[in-house]
Structures are given as C-alpha cells and as structure tokens.
Write a protein that binds this ligand. Structure first.
Ligand SMILES: C[S@@+](CC[C@H](N)C(=O)[O-])C[C@H]1O[C@@H](n2cnc3c(N)ncnc32)[C@H](O)[C@@H]1O
Length: 258
C-alpha cells in the first residue's frame, strides 16, 4: 500500500518512455584539466599510484566530476578485484544508468586482457536527464572509441550471457530508492537479481557489489544469507579519498567457486 500512488505513476511514465524515446543528440561535456586541481597528500598518493599503473589518458575529455568518479572506481576495482591475466575476458555492468564510469571499467579490465568484451545493461535506458538527453544518448559519449563495449537497453533478468566479472554499483535492495528512481515496483526483485547474477558467472567469475550506507550494507549481508551465497567478505567501507560522496559506500564480493 505504501507506494501505491508512486508505483502507478512510475508504471505509466516507464511505459511511455519505453515507447516514445526522445533525446537531444550528440551529448558532450567540457573536459577538465587535471593540472588545475590541488590534491591533498593522500589524494596525490592515490593519483600517482593509479597514474603509474594505468594509462589515465583514457579519462581525457571528461568533466571534473566524471574524471574523479572514474578515478574513484578504478581505485575500487584495483583494490577489490583479483587481478589475473586472461586470454579473453567478458565483463558486465548491471544498472549502468548513463555509464559515466565506463572508462574506469574499460581501463581496469583491459589491463587484464587485450581481448575485452564489456557490456553495460540498463532497464531504464531512455529516461530523460534534466539536460534533455536520455541515458542511452549520453552513454554514447562516455563509451566513445572503446572497442567491444556495448550499452544494452534491457532487463538484466532477461539477459543470459555468461561473464568473468560483474560490476554492480548501487543495486536496488530496498523499495524506496527504486521508487524514487522512477521504476515500477514489479522490478523490485533483489533476491532474484542476485541469484541471476551468480548464475551468469563463469567458473571463478567474480561479482563486485557496491552499496550505499551502513543500513544497505546490512541488508546486502541478509540477502547473501537468504540466497545462500557466500560473500568473500562482509561489506567493507570504501575509502572516499577524493571526497566525492555524500554517503559512505560499502563493497562486497561473491566468487563462483564451482
Ligand atoms: C541506483 S541506480 C545505479 C546506477 C549506476 N550503477 C550508478 O552507480 O550510477 C540502479 C540502476 O539499476 C537499474 N536497474 C534496476 N533494475 C534493473 C534491471 N532489472 N535490469 C537492468 N537495470 C536495472 C536502474 O534503472 C538504475 O539505473
């Protein structure tokens, strides 16, 4: 009963935007200049570490917000994913929104294999942002020139390709954020989504999940219990060295050991 009105409205709006896709074309943003930023000691240290290990020139062309968002995610992947060299590698990002952070994923996984296939899947790909570009159109700018990188407009639960790595940033594990993000409640299926993600893992494949806030981290832990999946570690607070986030984020990981 709680979200009856919001759910009705979301169902109607969601239906409309899946039928009538509207967007301005050719999104671009003003590139930042990293030399303009005064980084503190810890920020400098992290930046130097990443800059030595990865070719950060791939972030050129992004505005400052997205530049640091990509640096932040690169540091998270670098810390939490197992780094093994592979002949070829397939990666899925679940719930990509406009995929503003795709370059961090591409850069990180490309260092593990030259033969990278990177997919992002988004249910609400045609949602309009306040600048009248939809997410799909904006994602074209972020993934420009990245080889074998595809933004899929669709429902993850209907997706059946298998992956070596899955990245899942801010899954909906309570109803409230899903409603606020404009989705119908019928898409609130946290257990089914988690089990499906696990089913799509190749042997030794890994899912990295990032949640927002301590409460969500606890609910995520409960979800692992309910689904019978063993996480490698209980959600761990992620350092926000670049000071980007309003709320703490927590990271957990599941590996397919079968
Ligand atoms: C909280 S947002 C996170 C977006 C993005 N990962 C980020 O960190 O900015 C969750 C996203 O998951 C998408 N989503 C929810 N259910 C989905 C499904 N079944 N298949 C694909 N995407 C889904 C939503 O539309 C939304 O864009």
């Amino acid at each position: 009963m709680g979200y009856l009105f919001d759910d009705l409205k979301n169902r109607f709006d969601f239906f409309l935007r899946s039928k009538i896709t509207f967007s301005r074309k050719n999104y671009r943003e003003k590139a930042c200049d990293i030399d303009e930023f005064e980084l503190t000691g810890a920020q400098n240290e992290l930046y130097d570490y990443l800059n030595k290990k990865y070719d950060l020139s791939i972030f050129k062309g992004l505005n400052s917000r997205n530049f640091f968002e990509n640096l932040y995610f690169l540091s998270v992947f670098d810390k939490y994913f197992e780094q093994k060299n592979m002949g070829e590698i397939s990666v899925l990002d679940i719930g990509s929104k406009n995929w503003s952070y795709v370059r961090s994923e591409y850069l990180f996984f490309k260092t593990l294999s030259e033969n990278l296939i990177l997919n992002g899947i988004e249910l609400d790909a045609y949602r309009l942002c306040s600048n009248f570009y939809n997410r799909y159109e904006i994602s074209k700018f972020y993934k420009k020139d990245l080889k074998n990188t595809e933004y899929i407009a669709g429902d993850f639960l209907k997706h059946s390709q298998k992956y070596d790595y899955i990245v899942w940033i801010l899954p909906f594990i309570t109803e409230y954020p899903l409603i606020k993000w404009g989705l119908p409640l019928e898409y609130f299926k946290p257990e089914e989504m988690l089990l499906h993600a696990y089913d799509l893992l190749k042997p030794d494949g890994e899912i990295l999940i990032i949640n927002q806030g301590e409460k969500e981290a606890e609910i995520q832990t409960e979800l692992f219990k309910q689904t019978g999946l063993a996480a490698e570690f209980t959600p761990e607070k992620i350092d926000d060295i670049f000071g980007l986030l309003k709320n703490d984020r927590y990271c957990s990981k599941v590996i397919n050991r079968n």
